[in-house]
Every structure is written in structure tokens, then in C-alpha cells.
Design a protein around this ligand. Structure first.
Ligand code: B12
Length: 442
């Protein structure tokens, strides 16, 4: 079946048909020579049905993850091989092309709003098309920061407030990750001599930040070895010996994963390798920065390149570390030995109140991780922030906060029964929190 090549349609029709912005179409024509519409006597563009199908084809390839330049190249390769690209890839063309959500003059804020709306609707075609237009208008790092990162932070906030479901949040983060992965995969070869490892510490699954900073550092010319989520300390030595990094950058968004940086930082220091770090939790709890044996890179991802340059090229100043009290170190060991007995005791106490098994298991997992983290970071009051976060979450989801208080009371009784004087920081903190919660109206 041959498609009509008669110049028939003006730019407005093509925009309506394909959803691609006029600026983007003109940019493709200028940069890649595709499509090449005829002109009217008044120099206005006139497109054929074939041009429209070609544009839709290019859009479909981008939705599959190709860059526009690769899509154009693929078009040319197929033609050169005597094939018809429109037939070769017909089945992959999306059934539904979203209407243009972005108009000339759209700001990044408008683009973020449109992307979020498409994600909330589970409309992948629209979300991808909006991103494609955003990347045609703005530099990649700017789109990642202004649309994806800020968009994900908003999604997280809306989930917390029970305004969207966990499925909507997962959908958006999956789309953002896919796009970021494709950008990272297409980064150029390094131009600088230094080599950087980027990773999340153990128990940290949030990989958007480390992946984005991998992109930014590679764009700045460094060689980056990206390790992804949840990297254990075990066998790190072997990696250091084979890779010889100039810097290890670790990102943590939560309290317990931030605490894991203490051990990694100490290990790297012994090995003579520098470590730098950052992440949401260090902005929320600035006091923990001084416990981590590494360089704090700043509060924003935009600060990372400057921070790394400072460490690698201008030899950053010595670290200002604050030691954790010895009593806390003993408390951790003691708590770990007794943790199973405490949790068993909690279960015995709450079983009588018909508590839900999954809730108790979950609560034990989170509280024990946070207690260990607070001890490692030398400040039991850090736990207060985590408890308030959980209280508000329960409130937002109309769940009884009383269940949390009952659980903490049971944990306090169990800890008192199983911990001796070495566990004083833990029992003391639990005692304080139970007394305070008793004073508050339920
Ligand atoms: C997507 C997401 C997930 C995805 C992650 C997918 C993936 N492949 O990465 C999944 C579903 C796996 C997930 C899981 C969980 N998540 Co989550 N998640 C998010 C969400 C929505 C976005 C995360 C993200 O990528 N943000 C992008 C970053 C870059 O944005 P940002 O933090 O605003 O970044 C700014 C600064 O923090 C800073 N920054 C961040 N990193 C770095 C690094 C450096 C070096 C520097 C300098 C600066 C910097 O720069 C930015 C400003 O320029 C956040 C919400 C949020 N606000 O981030 C919640 C959030 C981080 N998650 C949260 C929670 C609770 C969880 C879970 C515990 C949920 C559960 N019950 O299982 C698990 C924990 C998993 C684990 N073990 O790590 C909470 C954490 C709260 C807390 N008290 O710790 C958040 C904050 C949601 C909320 N509003 O409460 N999550």
C-alpha cells in the first residue's frame, strides 16, 4: 500500500495529527532534514500524508527509547537497504498519540504539570510525548532536574498525603527511570583522567539521584562506574583493587541507609580512598552530616559537579568529623544480641490485643533499623522525626495512630525486660516517647 506524497497539509494539521510541537518539527527539519515539506508560494510548509506517517514513525521510535538522531539514522538505514520503514515497524506504532499538551511558550513548570497529569492518568503515550517535547526544548539535565526530579518529589508528597495511589507513584518513577537510563547509556566517552564510583549504600533502593548524578558527572567528562541500588560493603576491597577510583560517591535518602555510610566511609578512609555523599536525609537532618567520614556534596543535585571538582581538583579541606559516644557503640552490640528476644516479647504482648501479624513484623523491621541507625549516628532523638513521619502517614490514611502508640508501649516494656544498663540510650528514649504520647490527645 503506497501512502500519498502529495503536499496537502499545513503545519497546524500536522501538529494536530502527530502531537509534535511546531518548534520541534522545524528543529528536526533543520538538524536532520526530516521531514522535508514542500513550500507554498508564500513560503509556508506543506506536508504530505507520507510526511505525517514519517513523523509518527519517528515519535514511535522515541517512545521505544531511541534518541531522535538514532531514529533518523534508522529511517535512513532502512531506506538505504531498500526497505520501507513504515512497513518494517508498523506494529510498534502506538495506537494512541496524545494531543499536544505543550504549546509554544510552555515553561518547565507547565511541562512538569502536564507530565504529572499524564502519569496520574497512567497515560504512557502522553507522558512520553511530553518528555520528548521537553527534551527538544531544553537541555537534558535541566529536564531531568526540573521535570523528572521535581515531579517525582511531588509524586512522593502526594502519595504521603494519600492524594494518589502507590501504583500512580510507581508508574511515574518507572517512566522517569527508563528515560534517565536511556540518557546515561548514550553518554560520551570520558575526557578526564579521574574515575568515580557512584552507588547507593546497603538498604537504599532510591536510584534516581545516583543515576542523575552519573549523567551529570559523565557530561562533565569524568569516567563514572555506576553500581546502582543497595551495594553491600562486602567485597568492596576487591573492587577498589581492580578499579582504583579517585572518589566514591554514595547517596542516601533514608535514615537507616545514611547510617550505613558510617562503616563504608571508615573502610574507605582506611583504604586511602575518598568518599563523598549527599541525599534527602542529609537535608532533613543536617546534624548527621558530621558523623559521616566523607565530604558532604551539598543540598542540591545541581551542587554535585562543583563539589566533585572541589574534591578532585582543588583538594578539599580536611573533614570535620564528630565521634559517636562510646556508650552508643556498646548499646548497638547489646541491642543486636537481644533484638530477637525483644521482638518476640512484643509479639506476645500484642497478640492478646488481636494485632495484625504483618503490621507488627513491618513495625519491628522499621523500628529496629531506625534504632540501630540512630545509635550508629550517635543521636537517639533522630528517631523522633521518623516516628512523626509515621504518625502523619497513618493520619493521612485515616488509620488509628493509637495502634502505633500501643506498639511503642509494648516495645518499651519488652526492651526494659531484655536490655540491661548497656541498653540505657534505647530504653531511655522509648520511655520518653511513651510518656509524651500518653500526654497527647489520641
Ligand atoms: C520513587 C520513590 C521510590 C521508588 C524508587 C524507585 C527507584 N528505582 O529509585 C520505590 C518504590 C522503590 C521506593 C521505595 C521506598 N520508598 Co520511596 N520514594 C520515591 C520518591 C517518590 C522519589 C525518589 C526519587 O527518586 N527522588 C528524586 C530525588 C533526587 O529527589 P529529592 O529527594 O527531592 O532530591 C533533592 C534533594 O534531596 C537532593 N538530593 C537527593 N539526592 C542527592 C544526592 C546528592 C549527592 C546531592 C548532593 C543531593 C541530593 O537534591 C534534590 C534537590 O536538588 C520519594 C519522594 C522524594 N521526595 O524523593 C519517595 C521516598 C524517598 N520514599 C520513601 C519511602 C518511605 C520508601 C519506602 C520505605 C516505602 C516502603 N514502605 O517500602 C521504600 C524504601 C526502599 C528502600 N529500601 O530504599 C519516603 C522516605 C521517607 C523517610 N522518612 O525516609 C519518601 C521521601 C516518600 C515520602 N514522601 O515520604 N520509593
Amino acid at each position: 500500500m503506497s501512502i500519498d506524497t502529495t503536499p496537502t497539509y499545513n503545519l497546524k494539521v500536522v501538529v494536530q495529527e502527530t502531537g509534535v510541537k511546531p518548534d520541534t518539527l522545524r528543529a528536526w527539519e533543520r538538524r536532520y532534514g526530516l521531514p522535508q515539506p514542500q513550500r507554498t508560494s508564500g513560503r509556508h510548509r506543506l506536508y504530505s500524508q507520507y510526511d505525517i506517517e514519517m513523523i509518527k514513525w519517528l515519535v514511535a521510535r522515541q517512545l521505544e527509547g531511541l534518541s531522535i538522531s538514532r531514529s533518523v539514522e534508522l529511517w535512513g538505514t532502512l531506506l538505504a537497504a531498500g526497505k520501507n520503514p513504515l512497513q518494517e515497524y508498523q506494529s510498534a506504532t502506538p495506537a494512541k498519540i496524545a494531543p499536544p499538551a505543550i504549546t509554544p511558550g510552555s515553561t518547565v513548570d507547565d511541562i512538569r504539570d502536564a507530565w504529572l497529569a499524564a502519569c496520574v492518568d497512567f497515560n504512557e503515550a502522553a507522558a512520553e510525548q511530553i518528555l520528548m517535547q521537553a527534551f527538544a526544548l531544553y537541555p537534558p539535565v535541566m529536564v531531568c532536574l526540573e521535570v523528572l526530579q521535581k515531579g517525582l518529589a511531588l509524586m512522593g508528597e502526594w502519595w504521603y498525603r494519600n492524594e494518589i495511589t502507590v501504583q500512580q507513584e510507581h508508574f511515574a518513577s518507572a517512566l522517569a527511570m527508563r528515560r534517565l537510563n536511556a540518557l546515561v547509556a548514550a553518554t560520551p566517552q570520558p575526557t578526564r583522567a579521574e574515575r568515580i564510583i557512584v552507588a547507593c549504600p546497603a538498604q537504599e533502593d532510591h536510584v534516581f539521584a545516583p543515576l542523575l548524578l552519573t549523567l551529570m558527572l559523565r557530561y562533565s567528562g569524568w569516567e563514572v562506574i555506576y553500581l546502582g541500588a543497595n551495594v553491600p560493603l562486602a567485597r568492596f576491597e576487591a573492587m577498589l583493587q581492580s578499579v582504583h577510583p579517585d572518589l566514591v560517591v554514595l547517596t542516601a535518602q533514608q535514615l537507616h541507609s545514611a547510617a550505613n555510610l558510617v562503616q563504608v566511609g571508615e573502610f574507605l578512609r582506611q583504604q586511602g580512598t575518598r568518599m563523598a555523599f549527599g541525599g534527602r536525609i542529609f537535608n532533613q537532618m543536617p546534624q548527621i552530616r558530621r558523623r559521616i567520614p566523607g565530604y558532604f556534596l551539598g543540598e542540591r543535585l545541581e551542587d554535585v559537579v562543583r563539589g566533585v571538582t572541589n574534591i578532585l581538583l582543588h583538594h578539599a579541606t580536611d573533614l570535620q568529623l564528630e565521634a559517636v559516644p562510646e556508650s552508643y557503640k556498646f548499646a548497638i552490640q547489646h541491642y543486636r544480641q537481644r533484638q530477637a528476644a525483644i521482638e518476640n516479647h512484643v509479639w506476645q504482648l500484642l497478640r492478646k490485643q488481636n494485632a495484625v501479624y504483618e503490621h507488627i513484623t513491618n513495625a519491628n523491621l522499621h523500628l529496629s533499623r531506625d534504632i540501630a541507625a540512630a545509635l550508629q549516628l550517635g543521636d537517639m532523638t533522630l528517631l523522633g522525626t521518623e516516628i512523626s513521619w509515621t504518625e502523619k502517614l497513618l493520619l493521612n490514611y485515616s488509620m488509628p495512630a493509637a495502634a502505633l502508640h500501643d506498639y511503642l508501649e509494648a516495645y518499651y516494656q519488652a526492651a526494659k525486660a531484655h536490655l540491661d544498663e548497656l541498653g540505657r540510650p534505647i530504653v531511655g528514649w522509648l520511655e520518653g516517647i511513651c510518656q509524651n504520647s500518653g500526654e497527647q490527645p489520641a
